[in-house]
Write a protein that binds this ligand. Structure first.
Ligand SMILES: Cc1cc2nc3c(=O)[nH]c(=O)nc-3n(C[C@H](O)[C@H](O)[C@H](O)COP(=O)(O)O)c2cc1C
Length: 309
């Protein structure tokens, strides 16, 4: 069994990944949020810094990019390769219209011939391994039935499927029936992703999707960062030990944020956004988050945390 942390832009950056590694366990691979180009053709700075080896000294990271043409792809792939990475992931899942309207993210899923044309030009020149992370379609989950068999012709390292179609955004349920159909349509290593929020969710899906060895978890791990070890080792600890780990995790996150940017207001706003998720995993989380939201400084924020955890 292989467990991966999903990329969540503005959340699962190197601060989060390193703090997770310091306090929790159970993750085999961390996927970094996507690299994207500015209008002038340069790579956006935050994701560029996020994957620097010095920021990821102990973590197995797979960088991700978002592109819709060969030149764009290679601006980012060359940068990733120059940092020493041997594998990258292509985002074909971002569902937002301002992205999909430009053929980026999931916007290419209803134009399979464009995907294959891009692969035909990119693969002969690419020295790194390439995997894709995709939705099951842009407007319907049946789109993937056409795409998957033809992807067998390309030497992809893996296919990660978030089992929704893009028009759902993050709403409604994952289409497990369709994912079951996908299993027999691909020869590639297949990863399931979508709505794993507890060990019970995982156990149910593992029974249902026989043969799937690779799993990716995003929001479930933002709410409960110990979810990976619960799944892997079967130990569920909703008590004091977990709360102590959360306090240490928060301290790591804050230190890392302040080290990179001394603006304490920025650290406070980032910690608030992490805790919007983290509080959801605690029985008294609503009350806790109400208090945290009121804090006016990062010191006050940690004071409230110490009091409540
Ligand atoms: C705030 C947010 C940011 C995300 N950023 C990315 C991203 O950068 N790249 C990507 O492939 N998916 C991104 N996703 C999608 C997640 O990686 C994942 O596929 C999705 O949340 C479903 O998995 P989950 O139910 O385990 O969270 C993002 C999702 C959210 C909620």
């Amino acid at each position: 069994m292989q467990l991966a942390l999903a990329p969540l832009q503005t959340y699962t950056d190197y601060h989060f990944r390193n703090a997770h590694l310091a306090v929790f366990s159970g993750v085999d691979k961390f996927y970094a949020p996507y690299l994207k180009l500015n209008n002038d053709g340069t790579i956006k700075n935050a994701p560029k810094i996020d994957i620097l080896p010095k920021n990821n000294p102990h973590v197995a990271v797979i960088p991700q990019l978002m592109a819709c043409s060969e030149p764009e792809f290679f601006i980012m792939a060359d940068y990733i390769e120059s940092l020493g990475y041997t594998e990258l992931n292509w985002n074909m899942g971002c569902p937002y219209p301002m992205v999909t309207n430009k053929n980026l993210g999931a916007g290419i899923l209803n134009k399979p011939s464009e995907i294959f044309q891009l692969f035909d030009t990119i693969f002969p020149k690419l020295k790194m391994g390439l995997g894709i992370k995709m939705r099951m379609g842009l407007e319907s989950t049946s789109e993937i039935l056409e795409i998957l068999p033809r992807l067998n012709d390309y030497p992809l390292t893996e296919i990660i499927i978030h089992a929704r179609y893009a028009k759902q955004l993050y709403n409604g349920s994952c289409d497990h029936e369709r994912f079951l159909e996908c299993i027999s349509l691909t020869n590639h290593r297949l990863t399931y992703n979508g709505d794993i929020e507890s060990k019970e969710d995982f156990d149910d899906l593992q029974v249902r999707f026989k043969g799937i060895e690779h799993w990716m978890i995003g929001r479930g791990a933002m709410k409960n960062p110990s979810l990976f070890e619960e799944i892997r080792f079967g130990i569920v600890d909703p008590g004091d030990l977990y709360r102590d780990k959360l306090a240490r995790f928060s301290a790591h996150l804050t230190d890392s944020l302040l080290e990179c940017n001394p603006d304490r207001g920025y650290a406070l706003s980032k910690m608030r956004s992490y805790w919007e998720y983290l509080s959801d995993g605690l029985s008294d989380g609503k009350q806790l988050y109400r208090k945290l939201k009121k804090s006016k400084s990062i010191e006050e924020f940690h004071g409230f945390l110490a009091e409540m955890l």
